[in-house]
Ligand binder design. Structure first.
Ligand code: UDP
Ligand code: MG
Length: 329
């Protein structure tokens, strides 16, 4: 299925940035240094570039990015009109870069993900892979809570039928061909981690270390994380709806049993006090019903949002200098 590649690829790095003024300058240097070394080693072409995606930052990020791209055509900048989130930012970056690059790697702008792993990504690409997933070696740099919730989350995702790769962050290589295919997906709420494995391209995994953030704070608030988690589940599986159906069926069965028992007691003239049981049953049922409604609501809300066919993001400006359109294979 996968054929060995012989032509050296032009690599574009896509870096989503949301209020990253503390790390941009350093990141820019590190990224350029790495890609230059890779070009020297003959792994990638000299036309390889870094494309920063400004996700509606409210600090100096955009100004700094524009300064960088003015000084050096190695740096490209795509800027959103507002904050559309990390997933949209990497998608926009990939969609722009695919016109010029043979392979695109997305990596966080804080460079927590080990950039040295790029060599392995390119090696996997050369051996014929169209998708290469970066998988973190461990979660030492994460707090206990994040680690525990992440593990539970991937278990849940798999139980619900997703093929998302455990501990694969959005540090990932995609070939131009895979990106072309990705551009065909029209849903506006994208969970790339869950979606890309379902595309079925030849793929491989690269392991990398995660460092602590050098400066600034995590831009992923608990709220954004929750949103991503729920989107992840609802965008790749409707199994929760089936579970609710089963739950309803079981409840009906239990109710029938209770009715029979009550009737027998009534016939026998037993006067059951049963107040506690009543309260417990009522509360439990109420809880299950509300929870189920909530889950169904997530899907209804999602269909509603999708039915509007709104754009996933709005690009305010793109600065990419001295780029050459990709040659078709
Ligand atoms: N990010 C973004 N939009 C957002 C939140 C985050 O583009 O709304 C970017 C952020 O600038 C960073 C990457 O996504 O490059 C990962 O975010 P962060 O490092 O804050 O998350 P963490 O590493 O803590 O999971
Ligand atoms: Mg980070």
């Amino acid at each position: 299925m996968s054929e060995i590649r012989t032509r050296i690829p032009t690599l574009y790095l896509v870096l989503p940035c949301y209020n990253e003024e503390e790390v941009i300058s350093k990141t820019a240097v590190v990224v350029k240094d790495k890609l230059t070394r890779m070009a020297d080693a003959g792994l990638i072409t000299r036309e390889s570039k870094a494309l920063f995606v400004n996700d509606g930052s409210t600090d100096n990020t955009l100004r700094m990015l524009h300064d960088l791209s003015k000084q050096d055509s190695f740096y490209g900048v795509l800027s959103f009109a507002g904050n559309y989130g990390h997933q949209s930012a990497i998608l926009a970056g990939m969609m722009e870069a695919r016109h010029y690059a043979d392979a695109v790697v997305t990596i966080d702008a804080d460079l927590q993900q080990d950039i040295e792993a790029l060599d392995d990504f390119i090696a996997a690409y050369m051996s014929g892979c169209d998708v290469v997933y970066g998988v973190r070696n461990d979660r030492k740099t994460d707090g206990f809570m994040k680690r525990a919730t992440a593990t539970m989350y991937y278990k849940l995702m798999h139980a619900l039928g997703s093929s998302a790769i455990t501990n694969s962050a959005d540090y990932r290589l995609m070939s131009a061909k895979a990106l072309e295919a990705l551009s065909e997906y029209e849903e506006s709420s994208l969970f790339l981690r869950g979606l890309i494995p379902t595309m079925g391209f030849a793929s491989d995994v690269v392991y990398f270390d995660v460092k602590a953030r050098e400066a600034g704070q995590s831009k992923y608030t608990v709220k954004k994380m929750m949103r991503l988690a729920i989107d992840g589940i609802t965008s790749c599986s409707i199994r929760p709806l089936h579970i609710i159906g089963t739950l309803g069926f079981l409840t009906v069965l239990a109710t029938l049993v209770l009715i029979v028992i009550s009737l027998i007691d009534w016939i026998n003239g037993k006067n059951v006090p049963g107040y506690t049981t009543m309260v417990i049953v009522m509360l439990a049922l109420g809880g299950v019903i509300l929870l189920s409604l909530g889950v169904i609501g997530e899907y209804v809300g999602k269909s509603y949002m999708e039915s509007k066919h709104r754009p996933r993001y709005i690009v305010d400006s793109v600065v990419l200098r001295e780029c050459r359109k990709r040659e078709e294979d």
